[in-house]
Design a protein around this ligand. Sequence first.
Ligand code: PMP
Length: 351
Amino acid sequence: MNYWNKRLTAMTEYVPGEQPDNVDRVIKLNTNESPFPPSKAVLEAIGKEINGNLRFYPDPTAREVRELFAAQNGLTPESCFVANGSDEIFTLLFRGFIEPEGTAAFPYPSYSLYYTMAEMNGIAYEKVGLEKDFSFDLKKFLKRKYQLVILSNPNNPTGTYCDPDEIRRFLEQFRGLLVVDEAYIDFYGGSSVELVREYDNLIVTRSFSKSYSLAGMRIGIAAADPAIIRGFWKLKDSYNVNRLSIAAARAALADAKGFNYNRQMVVNNKEYLEERLTALGFELVPSRSNFILARHTSVQAKELYERLRERGILVRYFDRPVISEYVRISVGAMMHIKTLCGELEAIVGGE
Ligand code: PMP
């Protein structure tokens, strides 16, 4: 018997990148996690929180995290919402912000969870194609009256980016709600978060899963006008972020040194990976993120993905229009990049 409604039965679910059980034995370059552990200060803060107080519920709005994030970004705590991963922000957003008759627009290719969530909630949406070089042309999002636009910036899976001046120009004309998903912004900077103070139809989202090495803790933050933030509080589960995650987020925001060290290492490794891939005959999409979208001039992406997988190296392959020629490779630790490039050399060299 099927008890789910027709919409759910008809939709295809979002398929996250593979999370293998033997995570220590594979080289995992498929879901853009950090190759480095959280800093010592963050691990200690989580450890300290493991005590008898776990019998109490956590702070329902993670006030201390909001205060820290707000102070660092020139905002007020009332304009910040702490979520169980930035994905939770999208879940709530789709539930509450757009009327069923409204239409949303998302770039293509982009983070496919946006499309899935629109479908899940019965919201009509359009995919607006990125340019040939995967750059953004925001004018295309003004062609129709969209109620909601979500831009992943930098964009997953292309790594391309549009700067805050372009976002500002867009906001001067756009009357719907714009969400700028900055899950990957920390690696190269250039955030639009300051625009939140000026535009009450802008939400900027951040994730602790990439630059803060905390994907396993599930922490995200939304910054927006307080009127929008109040909507999130109405919609969320009473205690959406647990005590350990709150402790981790607080410590991560306080530990600028640990954060900058890891961030810089990722950037350095990415630049090395780019050089090696280019030398191996790959064409790269210029990326401002911790992953690279690459295609080889002679070996098909699917074959690359499969042959790397056989060798215990996971990268991401998307069997979808426009991007099926590419693999997306997350920036790993130096040792793993060297192993990857050695294996790639054997594959593209014809061994
Ligand atoms: N936005 C983008 C563009 C992403 O790629 C991801 C990670 N897959 C997320 C949001 C979700 O991040 P989080 O772990 O904070 O839910």
